[in-house]
Design a protein around this ligand. Structure first.
Ligand code: TMP
Ligand code: ASP
Length: 252
């Protein structure tokens, strides 16, 4: 179905193909899971289908509150039609609760609430292992302008506020997440919009009652039942019923 299209870019979890019209692309969600910059790999059957649907659900909701993003519409189980943007080479992480690399860096116990939401920037460069960068580096090396940094921070906080509430409503704590942004060119003006995906691959999602992890940490930390965690997120969001029977039945 997708082979005849021109491949534009292949990442670890997604492929971008040429879209049907100029200014559009097709984003294909693979079942590949990687962690620690590709050192750990697996195929998690059905992951791409679930992430495609969860990310579509989240992006539509964000668009409805005025957070513009690249999604035009989901095409099928694994593909979305998206707007072509110039990806800003930064991973923007927002944290509400200490976990992962923040806990390691500052010796904070996982699960400790942070005094306020914290935003961090990482350079999107696998060869350098995505190093954390300061605003000074971002502007000095021209990865983004001061205005773009302000825009990304404001958008990330809106995403955080909205998603914190959305997940809280279904008994899930949004511990942290990573987003990426792109420039959408309109005449001579470039606007920063949300791109990439928002899914259990890019968020830490814990059951609020039990702190059970429902996200990619199940894979990173060899906890097992990775797809079951992702499926539980989809089920709580109310989008599991429409999944193909093969996924509803449970894949391992
Ligand atoms: P970290 O604690 O490992 O820095 O991760 C923070 C958040 O960012 C967590 O929700 C997972 C997400 N993340 C990605 O989506 N991609 C990555 O490459 C990394 C390192 C983290
Ligand atoms: N996505 C990164 C990788 O592939 C890291 C991670 O999510 O833990 O290695």
């Amino acid at each position: 179905m997708t082979t005849r299209r021109k491949k534009i870019y292949e990442g670890k979890a997604k492929i971008l193909y040429e879209g049907p019209e100029p200014g559009t692309l097709i984003q294909y969600f693979k079942d590949d899971a990687t962690a620690f910059n590709d050192q750990k790999k697996a195929i998690l059957e059905g992951k791409g289908v679930i992430n495609n649907r969860i990310s579509e659900y989240v992006m539509i909701k964000l668009n409805s509150i005025g957070v513009q993003n690249h999604l035009i519409r989901r095409l099928n189980l694994r593909e979305q039609l998206i707007r072509e943007v110039e990806i800003i080479p930064l991973e923007v992480v927002c944290r509400n609760v200490a976990a992962g690399s923040l806990s390691q860096r500052f010796g904070l116990p996982e699960g400790q609430a942070l005094p306020r939401s914290v935003i961090e920037f990482y350079l999107k460069d696998d060869k350098l292992n995505n190093p954390m960068v300061a605003e000074e580096h971002i502007t000095a090396f021209n990865w983004a302008s001061t205005q773009e940094i302000d825009d990304m921070m404001a958008l990330t906080l809106r995403v955080n506020d909205f998603l914190t509430g959305l997940f809280a409503g279904v008994g899930i704590t949004l511990v942290d997440f990573k987003v990426e942004f792109g420039r959408l060119y309109e005449n001579d003006f470039a606007r920063v919009i949300l791109a990439d995906e928002i899914s259990p691959d890019s968020c830490r999602l814990w059951d609020t009652q039990t702190n059970e992890k429902l996200d990619k940490d199940r894979f990173r930390r060899d906890m097992g039942d990775v797809i079951e965690g992702y499926t539980e997120v989809a089920r709580r969001l109310g989008i599991m019923k429409e999944m193909p029977t093969v996924i509803q039945g449970g894949l391992h």
